[in-house]
Structures are given as structure tokens and as C-alpha cells.
Design a protein around this ligand. Structure first.
Ligand SMILES: NC(=O)c1ccc[n+]([C@@H]2O[C@H](COP(=O)([O-])OP(=O)(O)OC[C@H]3O[C@@H](n4cnc5c(N)ncnc54)[C@H](O)[C@@H]3O)[C@@H](O)[C@H]2O)c1
Length: 458
């Protein structure tokens, strides 16, 4: 096994490349044969995993029927070694610096499941190194990062699947989109993405960094700050708070809070519906009400020792033809699609509404769901199906169901909602120039500086 801290250049010198790929037969000849045809070791899909936390592990378990993890990078040595043990029986190579994996060519694709501020840099560098990537949502931390990813994806032709697995939930979200495409709600007038609110925290003290965690590298492109952690008894539970693992979601420095965490899922479905309805998913303006757990000044939090992203919000995105999307925290989690002939509500556990009841009398055409799923094989549900979709698309060089372009269109709205919330004002968006109109201060938040030493290697 390669040593955890081995330098990537040293590693590159020692590695023998193993050719994989073009000659490997596609195992998706028909959707139903997927499980059987992956029995042969030659058909297995080899993965380099970057970020072995909750989602990286969850995804690799979900895809284990088809995938072998051959290399793992995590800045937390304990997590990296645990992942090696759990996923690969100790046979994978383990690194702190993901670039050692980019230097190898003995695997089929990369999986990036790092915190949000660590998506764009490895994704762009991976595409430039000729890798296909399954990257977790939200794909970016800023709107300008999306522009760069779009450019590099076009330039390199690599396959990129974004981890919005709701796009592979056939009996719920995909069916809802098929209903919209078949005209079952008429012309969409209003949409709602209910995504739940963000939590608050007490003041979290700066403490020593655990010995297994390379905190400086965890921060990477983000500003260099203290590591914060505390654990306290709350009722029966031992509640933990940090600015690191998992909780990064609640800090604007690393994420956009619920607006991008869940917005990346539900706003994506809402925009997919608009497109299926033949309408523009590019907003004209975004703004509304929001509450942050700390005061903001000029778009930035004024306290640095506790969660800082919006906890409650009701933010409207306005589209051409007076179509309106409300992103809110205070309603049943899911997506409401309201047209001039009916409305449906879809979530991770239900699809309801009069047009759904009407399906008994007037079912969808047999190929309606398949058409929405771009004719791609439908092997299973959710996470597994999303992985099967990715593997199929890598082998067949097709665009996956959650491609860079559709994801970026939806995520831009989430980012704009976050910017509007940070300034507490409505912003106008020019979809052609991809700029905020007449608001220099808000426009400045389309990008973020990368910390020295962590710029993207182009
Ligand atoms: N699709 C979904 O439904 C879904 C669900 C949960 C999380 N996610 C996404 O997955 C991502 C990870 O979330 P999580 O909950 O697993 O977080 P996590 O904190 O549990 O895991 C992230 C891991 O990445 C590691 N890491 C950080 N910087 C790194 C670097 N430079 N190189 C290698 N490893 C690095 C961390 O040490 C940690 O182990 C987030 O972007 C999140 O939005 C998606």
C-alpha cells in the first residue's frame, strides 16, 4: 500500500499504469442484465475516491455492486484508512493529497465527495487530466466556478455526473417531470421548492486540531481560520458543533447553507419541470426575506465563531411570463408544480395531486418516463440508479442525466438566492452576460478569491 503522506510526484514515478477501458465490454446491454454482467472482474468499474466522509462512503456502498475503489484521498487520515478498510479490504492506495490520484491512470473515473468549497478545483483539474467524474452536489461554491467548469467540460469532453440523485428517482421526480412534459399540469405558473431551514449554533470555541486531520488542507482555497469544535449535552443527545466535518454546510465560507445544500436538489427539479414545459429556467430577478443567525454587513457575517448561513427564508425567483419560484424553509419538504390545468407535489416519498389521481383513467404513454430520462437505461432507483447512469454514460460517452449545464442553471438560482439573502435586497440577473445588473457589490460575490497555494492548476 502506498503511504498516506507520500508525495504525489514520488508516487507518480513509482506507479505502473494499468490500461483499462476501451476494450471493456459495456455491461448495460439491457437495463435488467446490469447485475449479472458485472460478475466478471473485467467489467468492474474502478474508482478513485476523493473525500471519504458521509456521502463518499454512502455512494461507494450504493455502487459497490459495480465499482471497486482502488485509490482514496482524504485530508483526515482516520477517515481515509477507515474507507480503505471498509470499502477495499485494505487494498486501495491511500493519500492525503488528491493530486496523487490524478497522476494515476489505472482507474475508470473519480468520485469527488469533499465539502462544497473543495469541488471545483479537483473537478477542473481532473477533467484536464482526462478523467471522468461523479461530483457531489452542489457542484460549485460560486457562479463563476460554474462558468469555468462548463468551459473545461466543453474543452475536454469528459463525462461529469452531478450527485443530484433525485434525477434518477423514476417513480417520483422523473415521473413528475414526465407528467409535466405530457401536459398534465398545463402551463406552469408557479413553483415552490421547500427545503427546510438551517440550524443555529452556540459560540464554538477554537480548539486544537485533531492529530488525524490536516486542517490547513481541509480549508484549502478558503481563508485560513481556526478549527472550531464543541460537544455539549442537549436533552438525551450529545450535540456536536464544528466548522469542519459535516457542519461545513452551515458556514458561508464553505457552503451556501440549505439554499445550496437542498436547493441543489429541489430547485433542480423545479427547473427541470420548467424546461420540460418549454419555458425558460433563467431568472430575471431573485429576492425575498431571510434571517441569518449573526448580523451581516456588506454581505459578510460580523461574527466568526458560530454558524452563519440563513436559517429561515422565503425567496422568490421571477422568470419570463411571470412564472415564479419560491424557495422556502417552512413548508412540507418537496417541490410544488402549479400549472394552469392542475398542480402536483413531489418529494422523496410522495407524488400527489389531482393530475396524479387522473393517471388511473388516463395513464402516461408507455415511453413517457424513458423519454424524460433521455432514453438511458433505468436500472433501479435513486443513488444506485444514478451511479448506473454515470457508469453507462462513461462507457458509452453519453451525457449523464445530471449534466454540468442543467445543474449549473439550477444552482445559479440557489447562489443568487444566497447573494440576495446576504445583502437583504432583490437582485436582477442578466442570463446572457451572466451578471447581476446594476449592483457592483452583489456582482463581486459571483466569485471568491482562492487562498494562495490553492489556486486551480490549469
Ligand atoms: N447527493 C446527496 O443527497 C448528498 C447528501 C449528503 C452530502 N452530499 C454532498 O457531499 C459532499 C460531502 O458531504 P458529507 O456530508 O459527506 O461531508 P463530510 O464532512 O462527512 O465528508 C467530506 C470529506 O471530505 C474530506 N475532505 C475535505 N477536503 C478534502 C480534500 N482536499 N481532499 C480530500 N478529502 C477532503 C473531509 O476530510 C471529509 O472526510 C458535500 O458537497 C455535500 O453537499 C450530497
Amino acid at each position: 500500500m502506498t503511504s498516506y503522506n507520500q508525495n504525489r510526484r514520488e508516487f507518480a514515478k513509482k506507479t505502473t499504469a494499468i490500461a483499462i477501458g476501451a476494450a471493456t465490454p459495456c455491461f448495460f446491454s439491457t437495463p435488467r442484465t446490469l447485475a449479472d454482467e458485472t460478475k466478471s472482474p473485467n467489467d468492474r468499474f474502478r474508482i478513485g475516491l476523493i473525500g471519504a466522509g458521509g456521502m463518499g462512503m454512502g455512494n461507494m456502498y450504493a455502487a459497490k455492486q459495480w465499482c471497486d475503489v482502488v485509490a482514496i484521498a482524504d485530508v483526515d487520515a482516520k477517515r481515509a484508512n477507515n474507507a480503505n478498510h471498509q470499502l477495499s479490504g485494505g487494498k486501495a492506495d491511500v493519500y492525503c493529497d488528491y493530486r496523487a490520484i490524478l497522476d494515476r491512470d489505472d482507474y475508470d473515473a473519480l468520485h469527488i465527495a469533499t465539502p462544497d468549497h473543495w469541488h471545483t478545483k479537483p473537478l477542473v483539474e481532473a477533467m484536464l487530466a482526462g478523467k471522468d467524474v461523479y461530483c457531489e452536489k452542489p457542484m460549485t461554491l460560486t457562479i463563476d466556478e460554474g462558468k469555468l467548469i462548463r468551459k473545461v467540460a466543453k474543452q475536454t469532453g469528459r463525462i461529469v455526473q452531478v450527485g443530484t440523485q433525485q434525477r434518477s428517482t423514476f417513480n417520483l421526480f422523473v415521473k413528475a417531470i414526465a407528467m409535466v412534459a405530457e401536459g398534465r399540469v398545463g402551463k406552469i405558473k408557479r413553483l415552490q421548492a421547500a427545503i427546510g431551514g438551517g440550524p443555529t449554533s452556540p459560540a464554538i470555541p477554537a480548539v486544537d486540531v485533531p492529530s488525524e486531520l490536516n486542517w490547513e488542507r481541509w480549508l484549502g482555497p478558503a481563508p485560513l481560520v481556526d478549527y472550531r469544535y464543541m460537544s455539549q449535552k442537549e436533552g438525551e443527545k450529545n450535540q456536536q458543533y464544528t466548522n469542519g466535518h459535516y457542519d461545513f454546510r452551515w458556514w458561508y465560507e464553505y457552503s451556501g447553507g440549505k439554499l445550496t445544500d437542498w436547493g441543489a436538489h429541489h430547485v433542480d427539479i423545479a427547473m427541470w419541470a420548467l424546461e420540460a414545459n418549454g419555458q425558460s429556467p433563467v431568472p430575471i430577478s431573485v429576492g425575498g426575506k431571510s434571517v441569518h443567525p449573526v448580523p451581516y454587513k456588506d454581505g459578510y457575517p460580523t461574527q466568526n465563531d458560530r454558524y452563519n448561513v440563513a436559517t429561515t427564508f422565503s425567496i422568490q425567483a421571477l422568470f419570463p411570463n411571470d412564472v415564479e419560484l419560491t424557495i422556502r424553509d417552512d413548508s412540507d419538504n418537496g417541490v410544488l408544480i402549479e400549472g394552469d390545468q392542475g398542480r402536483i407535489f413531489v418529494s422523496r416519498n410522495k407524488l400527489v395531486g389531482k393530475p396524479v389521481e387522473d393517471l388511473k383513467e388516463n395513464p402516461l404513454p408507455e415511453d413517457a418516463i424513458q423519454k424524460v430520462y433521455k432514453g438511458l437505461p433505468m436500472v433501479d432507483n435513486e443513488r444506485r440508479a444514478h451511479w448506473a447512469n454515470f457508469i453507462h454514460c462513461c462507457r458509452e460517452r453519453q451525457e449523464p442525466i445530471s449534466d454540468v449545464h442543467s445543474h449549473m442553471r439550477a444552482l445559479n438560482i440557489c447562489h443568487l438566492a444566497g447573494i440576495a439573502a446576504r445583502f437583504d435586497r432583490t437582485i436582477r440577473w442578466d442570463g446572457d452576460t451572466e451578471q447581476i445588473v446594476g449592483d457592483e457589490q452583489a456582482n463581486a460575490l459571483l466569485a471568491r478569491p482562492y487562498r494562495k497555494g490553492y489556486e486551480i492548476e490549469m
